[in-house]
Structures are given as C-alpha cells and as structure tokens.
Design a protein around this ligand. Sequence first.
Ligand code: ZN
Length: 262
Amino acid sequence: MPELPDVETVAAMLRRRVRGKRIRRVRLLTPSTVRSPDPATFTRLLRGRRVQQIVRRGKYLLIGLDGGLTLVAHLRMTGDFEITDPKMPIHPHTRVIFEIDGRHLRFTDQRRFGHMDLLTPQGLSQFPGLSRMGIEPLGPQFTLAKFREIVRARRGTVKALLLRQDLIAGIGNIYADEILWRARLHPARRIESLRPDRLKHLYSTIRSVLRTAVAGLSRYGRPVGRFLAAREQNGHCPRCGRSLAVDRIAGRTTYFCRTCQR
Ligand SMILES: [Zn+2]
C-alpha cells in the first residue's frame, strides 16, 4: 500500500510530466472512482483546465488547476498514475483517462479503493481527510521541539503513534516497521516510557528513513529500506541475523527483531 515515499514519487513524476499541460478531455471508465461531484460535472469541469501545481499532503495527491479547482486523489491500495502514448492499449484496471496535450494520463487501480474529488477552494478547506491531517514529517515545521510537543502527555505504543495520520502524516505500516527497527525500538514500547535521548533518536530516524526512501524510489512497489528488504528476502534481522518476529500491534501485522528492538 502506497505510503509517503511512494506518493511523493508519483507527485514528482506528475510535476515533471504533467505540470503546465492542459486537460483536453476526461474519460471516466469506472465512474465510482470519482466521489464528488457527479461524473458528468467532473468531466465537464476538468475539460480545458491547465495543471498548475502538484502537491503531496500525507498520502493524498493534490493537483491544482487553473480557475481555483483542485483534483484530490488518494491511491489507497493499488492506485497509480501513468503517462502513456494514446495509442497504447487500455489496461483493464484503467479507471480514468485524462487526455493531455498528445499524451494520456491514466489512473489505474486494480482493487478500486482509490478515489478522486474535484474541489473548489472552500471544498478543499473543509475536506475531511485533509483538514485533520497531521504535520508533514519531511517539512521544515517538523522539528525536534515539534515532535516532543506531539508526543508530550500521549500514551500508547510507538507503532500506534507513528500510524496516527492526524499527528504525523504519511507513515503507514511498512515504513513504521523500518523506522522502529532502525531506532531499535520495540513496536509495542510505550511512548510515555521513552527518555528524551531515545525520542530524539526516533525523531531523526523518522526523517532519515523517509528521506532515504523518497530518494531511492523510482516507482512504488518495492519499498526502500534495509529492514524491509530483509523481511522480504529471508526474514532475518540485518543487524543480528536472528529470525524476525511477527505480531499484531496497533491493529496491524508488525515485523520486528526481539533482540535488537527494546
Ligand atoms: Zn536483530
């Protein structure tokens, strides 16, 4: 499932290939992909608009168009955008086709959980998924002091804390495991039990894991991280060589090393 680094990779591709281009026509192959407005209004409003900017917020993609509209997309499980030649056969999982200046921007989604909304500035400011979104962990506002403020007086497991989108945006199950392994923290460790130096280490690990993943991803699908790679390959801890443990923590299947993570 795409997380911050994956969505950032898609955003970067859209910035390179779609920014400044005009949407000539929209074909909705699976109308239920669009949540608002209704399909006819969606395609009519998009026609002729120029793509001005692409922003990632948490796991959302915000495609800013001229005239003040924003196309908000969430990839959920299997959503993806691709640029193709218009003559390329249409893949059965293609849900929406945006015809842009001689190319196609196609939204594909095998599992169909991905969705889009076309919003006015007012609609955007009130959009539920975005208005309650936490801080961007790679943004300049996410300082150590800010992180300490977020965790202050908070209780529960560190894993659950990392997954809270309303506190810190964009970290999902996969990268939470990589972060906790690197920080040598047991995922069920209580956040209130962490001393200041371990909190500081967790803070810098969040930044470095996400930064490394953003820099290392060319396309999502293969997560970037030593722990994640080891988990997929042989299930042994890359630090101590012991078998990784798997448990349900914070409601999610969680991999960790019983020896290295305390
Ligand atoms: Zn280990």
